[in-house]
Design a binder for this molecule. Structure first.
Ligand SMILES: [Zn+2]
Length: 268
C-alpha cells in the first residue's frame, strides 16, 4: 500500500504539520462527484480515509486543502494530466486540443516563516476609507460556507463568490474584532466607495497570494517553446486518462518519480 508523508503549508494548534497520505479507496465517491460537491465530498468522504492521522480537516486552510488534494492525486495517479488547451507564451497563443502535462510544474508559494495569519490592510492604502482592515487566510470550511451563503446571492440565483470570500476573510475593521461576515458585508456596502472596493480586492489578492498556482508550464506543440496550462483542484483533477496513468507508471518504474510532496519548497 502506498503512503507518503506530506508537509502542510500552514501551522496549526490542532493539526500536525506532517500528515500521512494513503491510497484513495478503490471504489470511491470521486467517480461520480460533480464540480459542485467536489470539496465537500473530499472533506467528508475521501480525505478522512486517505489521511492516516485523525484530524479535523474542516480546520485546514484552503491552501492546505488544495495542497493535500494535489499530493493525493500525485501519489495515487502520478503527475500527468490531460488538459484541453495550452497557452503558448512565445506568440502562438491559445492552442486547443488535448495535451498531456506534468503537474510537478505547478509551483507552490509557501507561507513566510513568521506568518501569523493576521493580515492587515492599513487605512492609508485606501482612497477615502479611514480604518485598518484585518483579514486571514480562510479555512476550506469557511470557503464552503461563503460559497453557499444566501446573503451573497444575486437576483439571477448565482452567488457572488468573490465578495462572499472577502467578507469571510475579514475579521476586524478598525478596532472592532471578530466581526461576522454579515456585518462586514454591511460595512463594505455602506462605507466603502467603489474605488476603495477595487483597492480592497487588489490588496486581498496581493496579501493572500500563497499556495498552489493555478497552472504550470509545458512545451508548445507548435514552436516547442514554453507554454502554460491551467489546472484547478476539482473533480476532473482526479480523473486521469489511461494514457496519463501509463505515462506515470513508466516513469515510476524507471525510478524517476521522486517524492511528490515532502518539502514545502517553492519549486515542487
Ligand atoms: Zn508556440
Amino acid at each position: 500500500m502506498i503512503s507518503e508523508k506530506i508537509q502542510l503549508l500552514g501551522k496549526y494548534d490542532d493539526i500536525p504539520s506532517v500528515l500521512t497520505l494513503k491510497a484513495i479507496p478503490t471504489v470511491s465517491e470521486l467517480e461520480y462527484v460533480s464540480s459542485e460537491d467536489f470539496e465537500q465530498t473530499m472533506l467528508d468522504k475521501i480525505l478522512p480515509e486517505a489521511i492516516e492521522e485523525e484530524v479535523n480537516l474542516h480546520n485546514l486552510l484552503e491552501i492546505d486543502f488544495q495542497w493535500v488534494c494535489r499530493c493525493l492525486r500525485l501519489i495515487n495517479y502520478g503527475p500527468y494530466l490531460t488538459v484541453n488547451r495550452v497557452f503558448c507564451t512565445n506568440g502562438c497563443g491559445i492552442i486547443p486540443g488535448e495535451a498531456r502535462v506534468d503537474l510537478r510544474t505547478v509551483k507552490c508559494i509557501p507561507l513566510p516563516e513568521d506568518f501569523t495569519n493576521d493580515i492587515v490592510i492599513k487605512a492609508e492604502e485606501f482612497i477615502d476609507y479611514d480604518q485598518d482592515i484585518h483579514l486571514h487566510l480562510p479555512t476550506i470550511q469557511e470557503i464552503l460556507n461563503a460559497n453557499k451563503d444566501k446573503m451573497f446571492k444575486r437576483p439571477d440565483g448565482s452567488t457572488n463568490t468573490e465578495f462572499a470570500r472577502i467578507c469571510y476573510m475579514i475579521t476586524q475593521v478598525g478596532t472592532k474584532t471578530n466581526v461576522p461576515p454579515i456585518s462586514i458585508k454591511a460595512e463594505i456596502e455602506k462605507k466603502l466607495t467603489s474605488a476603495d472596493y477595487i483597492v480592497l480586492k487588489a490588496k486581498v489578492d496581493e496579501l493572500t497570494n500563497y499556495g498552489l498556482r493555478a497552472g504550470g508550464t509545458t512545451t508548445c506543440p507548435k514552436c516547442k517553446q514554453e507554454a502554460t496550462y491551467l489546472s484547478f483542484i476539482d473533480d476532473k483533477f482526479f480523473r486521469p486518462t489511461l494514457g496519463d496513468l501509463r505515462e506515470g507508471k513508466s516513469h515510476r518504474s524507471a525510478g524517476r518519480i521522486e517524492d511528490v510532496s515532502t518539502t514545502e519548497s517553492a519549486t515542487v
